[in-house]
Design a binder for this molecule. Structure first.
Ligand code: GLC
Ligand code: CA
Length: 550
């Protein structure tokens, strides 16, 4: 992050997955006029930036992450005039608009690909990655993220094209200068149209080893193996820097890279100021890995390590949720008896760490995972592939469905629950994905009326960012509580000191004497409904924020 970008420290970003946000015309699919209708709601919440998941023309194999027209709006979502109206409405309210940008791959229905696949000699022949068959087969054994081989044969060329994601998402060939120029021109066009930032999708894979060596990793149940060392190759960093020099730097736009980085050092390589790549990074971790490996201690350790890596010259995107993960209250909290306290604890956890908080739609009312009744009820191609791989490896259909219910990305993609009616106020038609039946109990309308709701807790937290300079600007030190489930830290800026305590468990835990010395009244507590912090024991999922008098 450069000095001109200091403003990103004061942002609170709200991610919108437009398909599931609000449907304005009753076709069951959320759209841009729907987002516009709810802009007052976002203003009431207090966020000052929106990240829109892709709204470009797309056949929706991966819900817009497969783009067939980068300078067009998806018909189901509305028109370019709707987008212009949304931009203006955001800017009138001081809300920055961040667009998702998918340039590792396009859709196979993009005119570039249609031309590229038509023959070997066409002008766009090199826009994608084509290889000859080897012994009549795919060029290597690489697996695609969404199942099967990463190669697809096209008879017209007698060649295979490479797709790291689905076969409807062919990878763009970044080694082709002409392609890179087209991508930069398109990005410049959006930036000149008034976009304030880009969240750049799956950006770690731009550069491929041109010889495509076979992978020696163990095969997945369908026989293919994930590539080794594809993420974060030096060539990828060079392309990102080129993109930065060409598009971002001259325009002061905010950039967030979605990166795959096995270590915190590699993550930092995308963000360190001197590297001139991105302002912030969103690390991608597969949902099942996270479900299996997370713990409160690990959340704290990751926060600490990333803080240390970028303390001197970088900045952090902080998030617990997005459209690729299960719902945070179901994953890290408790969606049963401690639903409300744990949703508030997670909010406090996120907003009190150094960095820019990213809220994913519905998180601010504590939306939970959903258990859809059959695999057919799931829409996500990733969920269907994992289910299939589990069956291949011998799982029973019931066990495979149970896994899908736990890890599916559709958990986060059910429509936003605006009210308690059966369709949650999302649409008057047939919603494209089932509304969570708990909309009766968990919805925006009910929470706006209840001053102690999760929604109002988020509002207070966001407002507090402006009142407490230590929240956006303070340093960080974790405190030793002697208990892994009780995570505590201190933030300090100037003469302001904040103390944060989060009890990530269903047991009470006592704050060790001494740690609270000098602490004044609690500013916020996840037990505000019960009269707030009463200590020194923290009740199940109790979290509290103090401003110290010293
Ligand atoms: C990113 C997106 C995800 C998408 C994938 C392929 O990880 O967040 O939703 O499926 O890239 O574009
Ligand atoms: Ca619609």
């Amino acid at each position: 992050m450069t000095a001109e970008k200091e403003w990103i420290k004061d942002l609170v970003v709200y991610q919108i997955y437009p398909r599931s946000f609000c449907d304005s015309n009753g076709d069951g699919v959320g759209d841009l006029p729907g987002v516009l209708q709810k802009i007052g709601y976002l203003e009431e919440l207090g966020v000052n930036a929106i990240w829109l998941s892709p709204v470009y023309r797309s056949p929706n194999d991966d819900n817009g992450y497969d783009i067939s027209g980068y300078q067009e709006i998806m018909e189901e979502f509305g028109t370019m005039e709707d987008w212009d109206r949304l931009r203006d409405a955001c800017h009138q309210r001081g809300i920055r608009l961040i667009m998702d940008l998918v340039v590792n791959h396009s859709s196979d229905e993009h005119p570039w690909f249609v031309e590229s696949q038509s023959s070997k000699g066409n002008p766009k022949s090199d826009y994608y990655i084509w290889r000859d068959p080897v012994d009549g087969h795919e060029p290597n054994n690489w697996a695609s993220v969404f199942g099967g081989s990463a190669w697809e044969y096209v008879p017209a060329r007698g060649q295979y094209y490479f797709h790291y994601f689905s076969k409807k998402q062919p990878d763009l060939n970044w080694a082709c200068l002409q392609l890179r120029e087209e991508v930069y021109r398109m990005m410049e066009w959006w930036a000149d149209k008034g976009v304030d930032g880009f969240r750049v999708d799956a950006i770690s894979y731009l550069d491929k080893p041109q010889d495509f060596p076979p992978s020696s990793l163990p095969p997945l149940p369908d026989g293919y193996s994930f590539p080794e060392g594809l993420a974060g190759r030096p060539g990828t960093h060079a392309y990102i820097r080129e993109m930065n020099r060409r598009v971002y730097a001259p325009r002061n736009v905010l950039t967030v890279g979605e990166v795959s980085a096995p270590t915190v050092e590699e993550l930092a390589n995308y963000v360190r100021t001197g590297r001139e790549e991105f302002d912030m990074a969103i690390p991608f971790v597969p949902p099942m890995v996270e479900i299996d490996t997370w713990s409160p201690e690990k959340l704290a350790r990751d926060a600490w390590e990333s803080y240390r890596a970028l303390e001197k010259d970088g900045w952090w995107a902080r998030f617990l949720s997005n459209h690729d993960k299960p719902r945070q209250v179901s994953l890290y909290g408790d969606d049963g008896p401690y639903w409300e306290a744990s949703a508030k604890l997670l909010a406090l956890f996120l907003h009190c760490l150094p960095g820019t908080p990213f809220i994913y739609q519905g998180e601010e009312i504590g939306m939970t995972n959903v258990k859809l009744p059959s695999i057919q009820a799931y829409d996500d191609l990733d969920t269907r592939n994992r289910y299939h791989q589990l069956l291949l490896s011998g799982s029973s259909p019931d066990a495979a469905l149970a896994r899908a219910q736990l890890e599916s990305r559709d958990n986060a993609r059910t429509p936003v629950q605006w009210d308690g009616s059966p369709k949650g106020g999302f649409t008057t038609g047939q919603p494209w994905l089932g509304v969570n039946p708990n909309t009766k109990r968990i919805n925006v309308e009910a929470q706006r009326q209840d001053p102690l709701s999760i929604f109002h807790f988020y509002r207070r937290l966001i407002a507090l960012r402006k009142e407490c300079p230590a929240l956006p600007h303070g340093d960080l030190a974790f405190l030793d509580t002697g208990c892994g489930e009780l995570v505590a830290w201190r933030r300090r800026a100037g003469d302001e000191t904040l103390l944060v305590f989060c009890n990530f468990s269903q047991e009470a835990h006592t704050i060790p004497p001494g740690l609270l010395e000098g602490a004044g009244e609690a500013l916020l507590s996840s037990y505000d409904r019960e009269g707030g912090y009463q200590g020194p024991a923290l009740r199940p999922y109790e979290a509290a924020l103090f401003r110290a008098r010293i």
